[in-house]
Design a protein around this ligand. Structure first.
Ligand SMILES: Cc1ncc(COP(=O)(O)O)c(C=O)c1O
Length: 385
């Protein structure tokens, strides 16, 4: 049996929750979406939570709300899922890539300031793989240069920075509920905000710019009249079917996160002696959500010269593991190396050395709450050079 990279946790509770929504008959954004938002808010402490169809659409709404426009620049990490810079492109603005710290795989806060220009309007740090970016220096820079901060918290459910949950650190946070994440709604996202003004606008923008939701209209008087539309919005709504799944997932969220942390702890201990494999760092003051357990394959110190060779060696190891029924994945990609960005901005290999190293040498190990110790032993025993 192949050990998958991840596996969502579904039980009878999820099936019953979805079934109840189907039987109830209200399946578009409605009471279950509201219930999911309330549970997410209670768990994270975020006062305002607005569910969306994905994290990508959550991020799109976030930058639209902040008024991002053509000619503006936004600082993004050079190693992240392509959705992060894409939402900047959607608005006609320009993503300014910044290299990462190879220990944490997150944006290197020390390199941000030199990338700020008079066109810069915001910073979009990513809490990659469930570890928060180093937010204190980022927020200090944002304040100094009057920039907004949107947290790409796609992977950061359960992640905390000095005790505060991800999504509560910048102006707006955006989460993902794709099945690779700790809790899932199939596809889905959440916008978190500390200010009510962002919540009201996010609710309107996810629904074509409507002043009032369908549910409020149906439950109120004169349901036959459409509401007014005061903004250029989108259809980025989550369905009640997805949200009922999300509510059931929230009921087991603490257990899911505890299991993820416990399994990560076993990996940390077992792999500690393998100095060719850098395991995930958890700096003091951080709580890792372990959306993924991402290691760096480094039998030698990576350099520009040996990167291709090390990359080939890592791929050989991943292939051998695949042949033994053990799934691995590269952590994520470096958009700076991908066709669209490399071509449009004339980016050349070598400009973002750490992002490129991470793109070529990261290796995600299987991690899911139901993973048995036998499965984990099998992964560790086969992780040999
Ligand atoms: C860092 C990051 N940002 C954004 C996204 C996009 O999330 P979604 O698939 O929910 O649109 C992902 C998805 O994996 C991600 O890893």
């Amino acid at each position: 049996m192949t050990i998958p990279i991840t596996k969502p946790v579904f039980g009878p509770e999820e099936s019953l929750a979805v079934q109840a929504t189907l039987e109830n008959g209200w399946i578009v954004q409605g009471p279950r979406v509201k219930a999911f938002e309330d549970r997410f808010s209670a768990f994270t402490g975020s006062p305002f939570c607005t569910a969306t169809s994905s994290c990508t659409t959550a991020l799109h709404i976030a930058v639209a709300m902040l008024g991002l426009k053509r000619g503006d620049e936004v600082i993004v990490p050079a190693f992240t899922w392509i959705a992060t810079p894409n939402v900047v492109e959607y608005m006609g603005a320009k993503p300014i890539f910044c290299d990462i710290d190879l220990k944490t795989f997150n944006i290197d806060a020390e390199q941000i300031e030199r990338r700020i220009s008079r066109r810069t309007v915001g910073i979009l740090p990513v809490h990659l793989f469930g570890l928060c970016a180093d937010m204190d220096p980022i927020l200090r820079l944002a304040k100094k240069h009057r920039l907004w901060v949107v947290e790409d918290a796609a992977c950061a459910f359960g992640a905390r920075y000095h005790g505060r949950h991800a999504g509560r650190l910048g102006d707006i946070g955006c989460f993902s509920f794709h099945p690779r994440k700790a809790i899932t709604t199939g596809e889905g996202g959440m916008i978190t905000a500390e200010l009510k003004k962002w919540d009201s606008l996010a609710r309107s923008l996810r629904d074509h710019g409507a002043a009032r939701s369908d549910l409020a209209r149906h439950q109120g008087q004169s349901a036959f009249l459409l509401t007014s539309y005061d903004h250029l919005g989108f259809n980025y709504r989550m369905t009640d079917i997805q949200a009922s799944l999300g509510c059931a997932q929230m009921d087991r969220a603490s257990w899911i996160l505890e299991r993820r942390k416990a399994i990560a702890g076993v990996y940390d201990q077992t792999l500690a002696g393998r100095d060719w494999l850098q395991t995930p760092a958890v700096p003091t003051g951080y709580e890792h959500g372990y959306q993924s357990y991402v290691c760096l394959f480094r039998p030698e110190t990576p350099t520009r010269k040996n990167l291709a060779r090390l990359h080939a060696r890592r791929n050989r190891l991943m292939l051998e593991l695949e042949e033994k029924g053990i799934s691995t994945r590269q952590g994520t990609h470096a958009p700076v190396l991908l066709g669209y960005y490399a071509k449009k901005y004339k980016l050349r290999p070598g400009q973002f050395p750490n992002a490129e190293t991470a793109d070529r040498l990261t290796m995600t190990l299987p991690l899911f709450p139901q993973m048995t110790s036998e499965e984990q032993d099998r992964v560790c025993d086969n992780l040999t050079l």
